[in-house]
Write a protein that binds this ligand. Structure first.
Ligand code: BGC
Length: 348
């Protein structure tokens, strides 16, 4: 018994020493851009939580510039970071940095967006991206009562960045719900643009989505016909579509989907211009990644809940998927204000 207690004490001391040692380590956090609200929040959350856990943090934002992100991650590795957390601008463009991480045996966690085409991706933490799409598609189906209403309804689609592996998951999730109604002729895409590559928005930029939406409106809806629904994969693209509609369209205001519950879009939901969004509580994701970092550095088993979905063309990356939540003008107070995510004045 005494021997057992002694061994236990010894193990506790070793573990204590390991986590104390690990806690002082430097962790690199590379975010794609400061342009979009969500990445600022993700970056700040990660930094605060990692520092609170005792780590030193090198947090960098890459201005949506692939080369800049590559340099930043390389510098983190050369600067002694022991774990790197990356949300890539372009999933497949960080190969040489990942090769360097492998050489230095530094684990890399893909944050929100999967790192593609490289074996050196240790873990992936994200939201259930396919489910984000099904939440959007299901909302459209219910808002138009597609099972009962006669239709046909006019639909246009704006998807995300082809360089971001998430974008196809969002698109497929939504289209898997809506395809049967398109095939049955209940939803009609007047522009004829439905394939992912035709509806994608490089870099997720509001202006890019706005330009494409404006050109669709002037080419296919200038005759005064209504558009019933515009499926947008996220809030930055929804904002572009809303701007285009405000400038170029006088018909019935369509159902518009989004994702992220960005502040300008919460305002649009309150105004009745955007119908819904999908809330991804970045605090949850950051907390999960901080836990992963701690587990990695302490040599513990890392918590994952999906080992099948996310193949990056080389390996299937063990993943932790957080739950996305439906958000709208009806539940934003509870979801965003009461939970302390935003202050009321942020969205007024
Ligand atoms: C994220 C979305 C975000 C989009 C644009 C995606 O990878 O999952 O939440 O709206 O990037 O930044």
């Amino acid at each position: 018994m005494k021997k057992f207690v002694a061994i236990l004490l010894c193990m506790m001391m070793v573990l204590g020493a390991v986590s104390a040692m690990a806690a002082g380590e430097k962790v690199g956090v590379s975010m794609p851009t400061k342009d979009l609200q969500r990445w600022n929040q993700d970056g700040e959350n990660m930094k605060n939580m990692l520092e609170a856990a005792g780590y030193e943090v090198d947090l960098q934002f890459a201005s949506n510039d692939v080369q800049q992100q590559l340099n930043q991650v390389t510098n983190m590795l050369n600067g002694g970071c022991k774990v790197i957390v990356v949300s890539a601008i372009e999933g497949s463009s960080l190969g040489s940095a990942l090769d360097l991480a492998k050489e230095k045996n530094v684990p890399v966690i893909a944050y929100d967006r999967l790192l593609m085409d490289n074996e050196w991706v240790s873990y992936y933490a994200t939201f259930d991206n396919y489910k984000v799409g099904t939440v959007q598609g299901t909302y459209v189906k219910e808002a138009l009562d597609l099972d009962n209403a006669a239709g046909p309804f006019a639909l246009e689609v704006t998807a995300g960045d082809p360089g971001d592996n998430n974008a196809l998951f969002f698109y497929n999730g939504a289209l898997d719900v809506l395809k049967p109604y398109i095939e049955a002729g209940k939803l009609v895409v007047k522009s004829g643009q439905l394939e992912f590559n035709d509806v994608a928005t490089p870099t997720w930029k509001t202006e890019v989505a706005q330009n494409r939406a404006s050109s669709i409106l002037s080419s296919f809806y200038a005759d005064g016909s209504d558009i019933d629904v515009w499926l947008c994969s996220n809030d930055s693209t929804a904002l572009g579509v809303i701007n285009a509609l405000e400038d170029n369209y006088d018909g019935k205001w369509p159902v518009i989907t989004g994702q992220d519950c960005d502040k300008p879009n919460v305002k649009k939901m309150i105004e009745g211009k955007q119908s819904m969004s999908v809330f991804k509580d970045t605090r949850t994701l950051a907390a999960q990644v901080v836990k992963m970092v701690g587990q990695i550095l302490a040599g513990e088993t890392v918590d994952v809940n999906d080992t099948e979905t996310y193949n990056n063309n080389v390996i299937t990356v063990p993943s932790f998927l957080c739950e996305p939540v439906f958000g709208s003008a009806d539940n934003y107070v509870e979801l965003l204000i009461d939970s302390g995510y935003y202050k009321l004045e942020d969205i007024q």
